[in-house]
Design a protein around this ligand. Structure first.
Ligand code: SF4
Ligand code: SF4
Ligand code: SF4
Length: 172
């Protein structure tokens, strides 16, 4: 019987990846299709990872690419999507994703420690510190935030995560 190999991920492996539960949000490259369609289309070839000039894409579970903002900032150059030979990415003319930064409870300012590293790292001026207490805490303007991840690695307390914007996800 002939053996047909047209992908490095077999069906059972894809089903496992789709059904898994993760402790932290899974971040795919910008312009990646929704998770189910991405897992179906991506062969795990690594072309997008190799194409990224910022080195912010890493090999994840099942050899599939993941965006790791602790490695740096996505510049939205589009090289990852252009490098992919499979129908795993959407159109570059569309929004790259709905990710937005969120500040968690481990933020140093919530313990009375002055810090503004995230604001300094943000090229979109999306983080402000409204003066509501002696040690102001960061506020992310979701309208300005692009989800680039620059603030994530800059935070000394690992307090910032990227999460899909619910409002935009519903509209998408
Ligand atoms: S858009 Fe550019 S910087 Fe961002 S993950 Fe893709 S290749 Fe890397
Ligand atoms: S860099 Fe981190 S610890 Fe510092 S203010 Fe921003 S979120 Fe808080
Ligand atoms: S993800 Fe990027 S744009 Fe959004 S707050 Fe952080 S540094 Fe600014």
């Amino acid at each position: 019987m002939a053996t047909v190999i047209n992908t490095s991920l077999d069906r059972s492996r894809r089903a496992l990846l789709r059904g898994r539960v993760r402790a932290r949000p899974l971040l795919r490259p910008p312009w990646a299709l929704d998770e189910a369609r991405f897992v179906d289309a991506c062969t795990g070839c690594g072309d997008c990872i190799a194409a990224c000039p910022e080195r912010v894409l890493a090999v994840g579970e099942g050899a599939l690419p993941e965006f790791d903002p602790s490695l740096g900032e996505c510049s939205f150059c589009g090289d990852c999507a252009r490098a992919c030979g499979e129908p795993a990415f959407g159109l570059l003319a569309d929004a790259p994703w709905t990710l937005r930064a969120e500040v968690g409870d481990t933020c140093l300012t919530r313990k009375g420690v002055v810090c503004s590293s995230c604001r300094d790292a943000c090229g979109e001026s999306a983080i402000t510190f409204p003066v509501t207490s002696a040690v102001p805490s960061p506020h992310v303007d979701a309208g300005r935030c692009t989800g680039c991840g620059a603030c994530v690695g800059a935070c000394p307390a690992a307090a910032i995560g990227l999460h899909a914007s619910v409002e935009e996800a519903v509209d998408a």
